[in-house]
Design a protein around this ligand. Structure first.
Ligand code: SAM
Length: 187
């Protein structure tokens, strides 16, 4: 299993390393487009996947990049829709919330999730509210309206082990029905 997952990689525009062997590049699409300026846009993930139903076990990746479509309104053949995809019209926030939840599920404890959001059709605070998790840090008021947010998945706290005195007390109570009676545990 590669250590880094990008389930919405698109044409990998923001990558300096567009074919890093340690990144699993995923996307719903696997297509090429001739764009309005005549350039060819290539979207060829290593694996096609749906970010809302990721085909990986829990706790699989050290780093997950979540850069989902941010536009609800864009012509199907427009440059923006071809480059970045579009949000589902019926339930865009539900889609974002399910996508984030899946990215979080496959992230290892002590792993990092990077979320990129271009604030046009939905403000960042609305999207973060839909995630139900607070980022650790990020840029607050970018002039470009493009936010980068960093989330860190903490380890679950270890289950607390019983103190020796508690074990003795519990054993004593278990062997002593009178005490149980007086505590109202038995009728
Ligand atoms: C904002 S673009 C990603 C841009 C990319 N980070 C880059 O550097 O070029 C969002 C991508 O999410 C993809 N996408 C849309 N719905 C998806 C889904 N359900 N599962 C996975 N990818 C999806 C789109 O096809 C689009 O390529």
């Amino acid at each position: 299993m590669k250590p880094i997952l990008d389930p919405c990689c698109g044409s990998r525009k923001f990558y300096f390393q567009k074919d890093a062997p340690f990144v699993l590049y995923g996307d719903l699409r696997d297509e090429s487009y001739v764009q309005c300026d005549g350039r060819i846009l290539e979207v060829h993930p290593d694996q096609q996947m749906d970010v809302t139903q990721l085909p990986f076990p829990d706790d699989s990746f050290a780093l997950v990049v979540f850069d989902p479509p941010h536009l609800k309104w864009a012509g199907a053949k427009s440059y923006m829709a071809q480059s970045y995809g579009t949000l589902p019209k019926d339930d865009p926030l539900g889609f974002l919330s399910r996508g984030f939840k899946e990215c979080w599920r496959v992230l290892k404890p002590e792993g990092t999730l990077i979320f990129k959001w271009s604030q046009k059709d939905f403000p960042i605070h609305v999207v973060l509210r839909a995630f139900g998790r607070q980022p650790l840090f990020g840029n607050r008021q970018p002039k470009s309206q493009t936010f980068w947010m960093v989330f860190f998945k903490q380890k679950e706290p270890e289950p607390r082990s019983e103190h020796p005195d508690e074990i003795t007390a519990r054993k004593y109570i278990e062997r002593d029905p009178e005490t149980l009676k007086s505590l109202g545990i038995f009728d």
